[in-house]
Ligand binder design. Structure first.
Ligand SMILES: C[S@@+](CC[C@H](N)C(=O)[O-])C[C@H]1O[C@@H](n2cnc3c(N)ncnc32)[C@H](O)[C@@H]1O
Ligand code: SF4
Length: 326
């Protein structure tokens, strides 16, 4: 099959596509693009609320949700006002960071999000045990835990020793809420997928998402594994899958649902926009994918407590979802 290469990329994408190194067959990619291009803008946004850019780890591959790493925490009263203003136009909420469990008012933040929409939280798990009661008593739907591998050696580039790994495992065991695992696939852990599935089974985890890397630094180049390779591996492990969205395929392996999250171009392809994700940052902006430069600041509206103005800004952000013209 013909593979996509730079010369096939429609001009409209311009330099945004220069980072594509490999993709699916040209035919498949092109039909996906056509499909995306003709889609009506999303009416409902799927919010990723970056409640802090502060973290207790420093993973070499971390894109930090495209925000600077200096400590900054979303103010709960501001968050409440933002969500109240745009509630009608959001489908669900993911709380993320940085490490969200480092937020000094995490309980309040979770309660606020849950008041408005179905909410999940993504964490590196180091503080899961500490916040067991807060999470279990909250209305949060599920916890998404990022694990590189099912054992501690070289876990997150050697930042986790056996004590910390046991702490994470203890946290998982104490969770009354469902836990899903994110495993970012690199050359270092691609052969651990099988073991991770067994780990999930043993820990009572039902869902594993294999995340292909978004490339943005030299370290990632050195450990990068193409999503095609991950897909090949999964196809060998299972003979059927479901297409969940433009960026996601889902396999049933043993008793675990295993998703492959495909970063198409790795930066700026816009396909992720068709999945409807919009980030809310700690510096009061709406943002899309990390390669997309557009930022819509709502600082003034927030300071003035101008709910209508904030809604207009969000409408503006939503109207660009699925839009390939900019
Ligand atoms: C930025 S982290 C924030 C939440 C939390 N600190 C954690 O690690 O789960 C959110 C997710 O993005 C993933 N991630 C970070 N850098 C990435 C990259 N370059 N490509 C793909 N996923 C990445 C992380 O592994 C994690 O699952
Ligand atoms: S724990 Fe999460 S936010 Fe922190 S450095 Fe790692 S991926 Fe980034």
């Amino acid at each position: 099959m013909e593979k996509i290469s730079r010369k096939y990329i429609p001009n409209k994408f311009g330099d945004k596509f220069s980072i594509i190194k490999e993709s699916r067959s040209f035919k498949e990619f092109y039909s996906l693009w056509e499909n995306t291009k003709n889609k009506k803008p999303f009416m409902l946004g799927r919010l990723r609320v970056v409640i802090t850019n502060f973290c207790n780890l420093n993973c070499a591959y971390c894109f930090n949700e495209g925000v600077k790493k200096n400590a900054n925490f979303i103010n709960p009263a501001d968050l409440d006002f933002i969500l109240k203003s745009i509630n009608r136009k959001i489908k669900d909420i993911k709380i993320t960071g940085g490490e969200p469990l480092l937020h000094p008012q995490i309980k309040e933040v979770i309660d606020i999000c849950c008041k408005y929409k179905n909410t999940s939280i993504t964490t590196n798990g180091l503080l899961l045990k500490k916040f067991t009661a807060v999470l279990n008593k909250s209305k949060i739907d599920y916890i998404r835990l990022t694990l590189d591998r099912p054992y501690f050696e070289n876990f997150r580039g050697g930042m986790i020793d056996s004590n910390k790994f046991n702490l994470i495992k203890g946290g998982i065991k104490s969770m009354a809420k469902p836990v899903a695992v994110n495993m970012v696939i690199t050359k270092n852990n691609i052969n651990d997928i099988d073991n991770m599935i067994t780990f999930c089974e043993n820990m009572g985890i039902k869902k594993l998402s294999l995340i292909s890397l978004i490339k943005f630094n030299k370290y990632i180049d050195s450990v990068y594994v193409s999503p095609l390779k991950i897909e090949e591996k999964l196809n060998k492990m299972s003979n059927s899958h479901k297409v969940v969205s433009n960026s996601r395929k889902s396999y049933q392996l043993k008793n675990i649902i295993v998703d492959l999250v495909w970063q198409y171009c790795t930066l700026g392809c816009n396909i992720c926009k068709t999945d409807g994700f919009i980030r809310v940052t700690t510096d009061n902006k709406f943002k899309y994918c990390l390669g997309e430069k557009t930022e819509i600041s709502f600082k003034k509206e927030l300071n003035d407590r101008d709910s209508k103005g904030l809604m207009n800004k969000f409408d503006n952000a939503i109207s660009k979802l699925g839009d390939f013209s900019n």
